[in-house]
Write a protein that binds this ligand. Sequence first.
Ligand SMILES: NC(=O)C1=CN([C@@H]2O[C@H](COP(=O)(O)OP(=O)(O)OC[C@H]3O[C@@H](n4cnc5c(N)ncnc54)[C@H](O)[C@@H]3O)[C@@H](O)[C@H]2O)[C@@H](O)CC1
Ligand SMILES: [K+]
Length: 495
Amino acid sequence: MYLVTSEQMRSFDHDTIETYQVPAIVLMDHAGRAVADAVLSHLPKAAVVVCGKGNNGADGWLCARWLKRAGIAVSVVTLVDPATLQADARLAHSIADAAGVRWQLYEPGVVRETVALAQATGKVAIVDAILGTGVSRPLTGEFALVVDEINQVQAAVVAIDVPTGVNASTGEVHGRAVQATTTVAMAAEKLGTAVTPGALYAGQVRVADIGIEMRLDDAIAMYTHPALFRGQYGDRDELTHKGSFGRVGIAVGTMIGAARLAALAAAKAGVGMVVVGGEGAKGGEWAPDIVVRSQTDVPAAFADCQAVVIGPGLGDRAHRAQAWLRQLADCGVRRGAIDADALAFVAQDGRFTPVAGEYVLTPHPKEAARMLGWDVSAVQARRIEAAREIAMRSGAVALLKGYRTIIATPDGRLRVNPTGDASLAVAGTGDVLAGVVGSLLAQGLDAFAAASLGAWLHGRAGELAGQALTRVSATASDVVHELPNALKAYLQSLR
Ligand SMILES: NC(=O)C1=CN([C@@H]2O[C@H](COP(=O)(O)OP(=O)(O)OC[C@H]3O[C@@H](n4cnc5c(N)ncnc54)[C@H](O)[C@@H]3O)[C@@H](O)[C@H]2O)[C@@H](O)CC1
Ligand SMILES: [K+]
């Protein structure tokens, strides 16, 4: 569940070696064995281990020895002459060498030929032990060639710690990275394989306990998991009433459909009362579950709400967002979700107007790009940085939408949402999310909890809608209908 950066990992390695007196080679041997087990689960007849010069390569040499002991044909392709290896990598090589592991120096074509030769005997697995958390620059020269070669060969690829080319801290990929079938992460998954684009290269991620002592605190990112909200959400006893679960106000502008989706989603996520107000509220067709306020002035309509949702379908009314937030704060309403067109009034082209209170901003990548003054491609390449920057500069929690949604707080905490799939790639699902987040805020969850649990429920509801109706046919309304089942899944995982 924890997601660590390279820097954090280095410090844990260091602590384990210095304070806990566990020699690095012991950790690496555990790593090598864990990777060998993952390789063997693919049932290969032979394995080709491609080693770099650092400690990732050291894990690879030790893995090769374990594979040899398991009785499969193993050979190492090394990017550097073993005679030039330093410290633990040198020791790891001599351990493998003493065990009779065969090796050859990399030259272009060697991986392809070695794999082709081995394929004559049966299934072959490749181990990527080229670079791990030490990757510090884009791949060039032989490093680029060998990665391309691995990606061209038809074989299972097991990456040690991170696929080579993926930045372990940020998930960035400069041009190319190894496309792994399985990644065996040491001690904890690296943040870089949890978020895109890195996540798209990691395949299935397994975490191996290799004996590293970790200091777990708030500075460490994690995957959102229901257990984080135990006691905060989901319990209802007999003495509760609608007033116990708050009131959320949804501002209605010109596009009423978006506000309807947000309102229904808010209701399904359990808020005591959903109120719609604003210019478009009176004319709209609302479900009987929704309370329609006659005031056209948003702050006046929501003065008794615990939280507001500002953005879905506001259209050209969005320019009022800043003024509304100020007036709502004067009435004591300081919580809510800000989405869609209203985001431009928090930030545009890198100019931010900080938001006070417990607010969640829910941009999709294009909206985030507009807020930051970046290209969309830059946001998608550096999603963690984008989310962090929006949170820090706005003073609100930022929820950057997309596969593996990222939630960042102004003080630097980070969560990654593991739920959600392509079923959500349709108009209106963002309105549903804003409604759910607003609902949770009105029920008393803080902005970080509301954003992360909201993303989790929304993502699970999307998956369920896709399973029931296919990812092709599922629409935003279907996601709303699946929210109760997402809630069931949430409650089940608390048991
Ligand atoms: N004590 C430790 O340090 C432990 C390390 N472990 C393993 O060691 C890895 C980290 O080891 P290192 O810190 O040695 O780092 P790496 O093995 O990832 O690579 C570091 C080396 O690669 C070079 N390099 C970086 N980017 C490059 C590029 N684009 N092209 C060519 N060369 C490049 C660096 O200059 C350095 O020499 C982890 O991912 C993990 O697999 C674990 O087994 C546990 C213990
Ligand atoms: K690797």
